[in-house]
Design a protein around this ligand. Structure first.
Ligand code: AMP
Length: 319
């Protein structure tokens, strides 16, 4: 059976009008904000929203405000047709695909900043101004979508915490629903940026889940010292020739400030670059699941990862 096409909206105002109609009919609204190039991770958020909300809205917007000069804004993949197809397959009700001018028209002057420890380190240290860009676009999306719930991925754990702070401080009444990281069977977290990786680079990237798995094993064996856990992760990352480490930190799950001792809920945050591709990952030992990661770096046969929506952006029913 063919899925019904979602409504295609191109402005925040159009979404606001639709959301007002839905709310006045007593319907709850779930928002899944994305930058497109949709993969099974995004689809998992849509599925969760579909199960919990009367109406589901997906936004697809490569937000220039959260990119720094020299980052991959221009080359970020934009497979719009495949993305709309994925939204239809997931039973999404409306997709907002605004042009930059629709989100930030001439004369736009708003800034939004989440201050404090939460935005002092990790992603913000690597990408200064990143979270102001995220907060700006999410504030706009929360306002125009009237979302009762916003669905986000654990992979971007610090971003989830920033958005929770934003929604709380703005009193939007929106519940932030954080969903588990979806991974390929070998442990690599799905990311739209994985499409940039060659097969060899993808093999090198496996050092990240391998490092997290090693740290989780160390915690399970009783290790609680954050410095030693960092070393465990760093040792795995160092074994991957193509990987340049940006940071490895063990942090408090609420403040994202580094900790010295691992207590319940602590997260291990990793960021690195393979060539020009930036990858991040996170794990809460004992809480987050990680599949068995292959022990050695082995080049995948050519084309192994080229099939399906995760890399090509093609519409696929393999969710
Ligand atoms: P992005 O399009 O990369 O901005 O991501 C949009 C949303 O999808 C964010 O809330 C991400 O955390 C989430 N997301 C991205 N990758 C994954 C993944 N592998 N598993 C679950 N959620 C994800």
């Amino acid at each position: 059976m063919l899925a019904a096409s979602p409504r295609h909206l191109d402005s925040p105002a159009a979404l606001r009008q639709l959301a007002d109609r839905w709310h006045s009919s007593g319907m709850s609204i779930g928002l899944v904000p994305t930058m497109g190039a949709l993969h099974r991770g995004h689809r998992s958020l849509m599925q969760r929203a579909r199960g919990e909300c009367d109406r589901v809205v997906v936004s697809i917007f490569v937000n220039p405000a959260q990119f720094r000069a020299g980052e991959d804004l221009e080359r970020y993949p934009r497979p719009v047709t495949a993305d709309l197809c994925a939204c239809a397959e997931e039973g999404v009700d409306a997709v907002l695909v605004p042009a930059v001018e629709a989100m930030y028209p001439r004369g736009f002057a708003l800034t939004v900043a989440v201050a404090g420890a939460l935005t002092a380190g990790l992603e913000e240290a690597s990408r200064p101004g990143h979270f102001a860009g995220v907060a700006l676009v999410v504030a706009k999306l929360l306002v125009c979508s009237r979302a009762d719930r916003i669905y986000m991925g654990q992979k971007d754990a610090q971003q989830c915490a920033v958005v929770r702070r934003l929604a709380t401080d703005l009193d939007t009444g929106t519940e932030v629903v954080v969903c588990p990281t979806v991974r390929d069977p070998d442990g690599l977290a799905l990311s739209s940026r994985n499409a940039y990786l060659t097969d060899e680079q993808r093999s090198q990237a496996l050092a990240i889940p391998r490092g997290l798995a090693a740290a989780a094993a160390a915690v399970a064996a009783g290790e609680r010292d954050a410095g030693r856990l960092r070393d465990v992760v760093l040792a795995e990352l160092a074994a991957s020739s193509g990987l340049a480490v940006e940071y490895v930190e063990v942090v408090d799950p609420l403040t994202f400030a580094p900790v010295t001792e691992v207590s319940e809920g602590a997260r291990i945050q990793v960021a690195g670059r393979i060539g020009a591709t930036r990858l991040i990952d996170t794990l809460c030992p004992g809480l987050d699941e990680l599949p068995a990661v292959p022990a050695r770096v082995e080049a995948a046969p050519a084309g192994t990862w080229a099939a399906g929506a995760d890399r090509s952006g093609a519409c696929s029913a393999s969710s």
